[in-house]
Design a protein around this ligand. Structure first.
Ligand SMILES: [Zn+2]
Ligand SMILES: [Zn+2]
Length: 139
């Protein structure tokens, strides 16, 4: 099944021809700032099966290890690029055309989760990062 998505204005579009490796809900403060949302969900696609079909995100280096992608036209939060996970492209779940088809694996950086947010999905929760895990987080 093909997975497609893009930004709000349509200047940036992508297609993945393989299923996600992983999907993660991140509650860290940097994701919160970058998205403006309470938390961010990322869907990881193998880089070999991923292509930009229109435009490409601009990138902001948010730390020595990571860059965050966004649309230069409309500002949509689009991607995360981490040096330790260079086998994949992480796209913002909300940029997918069919985000309802994703099944998230876990929650990370829950020590930063907003106190009023109640999540009862029973997925594994990690106080901090599990992003060094190359595929699905164990736990
Ligand atoms: Zn855009
Ligand atoms: Zn984060």
């Amino acid at each position: 099944m093909d997975w497609t998505g893009g930004c709000l204005c349509g200047a940036v579009r992508y297609r993945a021809t393989a299923d996600p490796i992983r999907a993660v809900n991140c509650h860290c403060g940097m994701c919160r700032r970058h998205s403006g949302a309470a938390f961010m969900s990322f869907v990881h696609f193998p880089i070999a099966a991923f292509a930009w079909t229109a435009g490409e995100p601009e990138r902001y280096r948010s730390s020595p290890e990571a860059e965050r992608g966004f649309c230069a036209q409309c500002g949509s939060t689009l991607t995360m690029h981490e040096a330790v996970l260079d086998d994949r492209v992480q796209v913002a779940l909300g940029s997918l055309d069919r985000p309802d088809d994703v099944r998230p694996d876990d929650h990370v950086w829950t020590e930063s989760q907003l106190p009023w947010l109640r999540i009862e999905d029973r997925l594994p929760r990690f106080k901090r990062s599990s992003s060094a895990v190359p595929s699905r987080a164990e736990g």
